[in-house]
Design a binder for this molecule. Structure first.
Ligand SMILES: *Cc1c(COP(=O)(O)O)cnc(C)c1O
Length: 423
């Protein structure tokens, strides 16, 4: 459920017409609904009820501090994958002792920053990383709180680029090797073992792979405890999918119920790292039609709708062939046409939708690219020297610009012509 709905023939975000916001802020524009963000966080977090748990929002899905601050205010933590995300999470008001740090390539500098901040948990992904963390912690004279990220070799049945829990993926440590690493970690003076973690992939539409991973982790935790290694936290990662088109992912409550049942009597504080399921359908990308044209070559006529949003603003269609529903911001009675919705970038891969039935649109019309809240703005770039879009948060009848549209001078910030003073 989200709060982007038509009233009469106008698309609203909560109690504001999308068109009115676009007229003031310009396009392209990312628009988020606070009520949707709050509802989704509540639904996810609430599903675990009285089970001892911590919901750490995956910052990489949507990292604007105006949005992270909402989850922090609801008692949420953060799952980070870089020093930059640590900086954002702290600026947004996330409590350091609710931050978990994942990722295969943490630098010594990033480790230092996270240790100084006092985060809850490092999810360590290799033997060398464990050694480095021990060394950095020793230099600072502190204990590094650690979980090893286990690769449970489970097929999440999702897009190959976003499946992470298979033996052939770069993530985590295979179960048997992880056991030896725990024995080693136990002997390290500045490593404090706190938990076990995993994350098997993103946009999962079935519960079974999560349960399969959990079953393997339970056995593993049992083995560690037999060795006298105390496991306080069990981090199950993120990955619950959403409906972009016709997917039927589990409702967060169904997911939580299945996890709770499978957990049985295991005594651990659960950590969850949801990203997409919270923000995905809470944001849209609003774009304006610039041109329409028909290219007729050979037997087939091809219609294009050229909009002012491009693969640099929303890369999921180009990158994964992802489907995003496209809705007219003002509904018309025009007949449907089969079109490609494309951006202005000089690449054939620059499309928002291909072979899509859409009501005929005209220059100046606004379109809403739905389900753009996750991995939308955070994956945007300045390719083709395009300033990145504004981000706007709607709360009832009010809206705030939570990131102003970039200007041309932002494009060359930090650049220099050798021998010249910076302009
Ligand atoms: C990306 C990622 C997540 C979030 O995944 P979603 O599919 O957005 O829920 C959680 N944990 C880790 C370690 C990740 O890399």
């Amino acid at each position: 459920m989200h709060y982007f709905q038509y009233r009469n023939s106008e698309l609203y975000c909560e109690d504001l017409p999308v068109r009115a916001i676009a007229e003031q802020v310009g396009t392209p524009l990312y628009l988020y609904s606070r009520a949707t963000l709050v509802r989704h966080f509540d639904a996810f977090d609430g599903g675990f009820g009285d089970v001892d748990h911590l919901t750490c929002f995956a910052v990489k899905a949507c990292s604007n501090i105006g949005i992270l601050n909402i989850f922090a205010g609801m008692g949420g933590g953060a799952d980070i994958v870089s020093g930059g995300e640590l900086f954002r999470a702290l600026k947004a008001g996330v409590a350091p002792d609710r931050i978990v740090y994942s990722g295969v390539g943490k630098t010594a500098a990033e480790m230092r920053e996270a240790l100084e901040a006092g985060i809850l948990l490092f999810n360590v992904e290799s033997s060398q990383e464990l050694d480095r963390l021990q060394q950095v912690a020793a230099e600072l004279g502190v204990q590094a709180p650690v979980a090893l990220r286990v690769n449970p070799d489970v097929d999440p049945k999702t897009h190959a680029y976003i499946s992470t829990g298979l033996a052939r993926n770069k993530f985590g440590i295979p179960v048997d090797a992880a056991f030896d690493e725990y024995l080693r970690a136990r002997t390290m003076a500045n490593i404090e073992i706190r938990g076990v973690s995993c994350h098997i992939g993103s946009q999962l539409t079935r519960v079974e792979p999560f349960l399969e991973a959990l079953r393997k982790l339970k056995v593993f935790v049992g083995r560690l405890r037999e060795e006298g290694i105390e496991i306080q936290y069990l981090d199950l990662g993120g990955g619950v999918g959403i409906t972009y088109n016709d997917e039927e992912p589990p409702h967060p409550h169904e997911y939580a119920r299945a996890i709770r049942e499978e957990l049985g009597g295991l005594t651990c504080t659960l950590i969850l790292e949801p990203g997409r399921v919270i923000v995905g359908n809470a944001g849209i990308l609003v774009t304006e039609v610039q041109y329409t044209k028909v290219n007729s070559g050979g037997a087939r006529k091809k219609r294009f709708v050229i909009v002012d949003a491009a693969m640099n603003d929303l890369s999921r269609p180009s990158l994964y062939g992802a489907f995003h529903e496209i809705l007219p911001v003002v509904r018309s009675r025009a007949d449907n046409l089969l079109v490609d919705v494309v951006g202005p970038i000089c690449e054939t891969g620059d499309f928002m939708a291909r072979d899509r039935m859409l009501p005929a649109v005209h220059q100046g019309d606004l379109l809403a690219i739905m389900s753009s809240g996750a991995y939308g703005f955070t994956m945007s770039s300045n390719y083709n020297s395009r300033p990145r879009p504004a981000e706007v948060l709607v709360t009832g009848r009010e809206f705030s610009v939570i990131r102003r549209r970039e200007q041309y001078r932002d494009l060359i910030r930090g650049e220099q012509i050798p021998g010249q003073e910076q302009s």
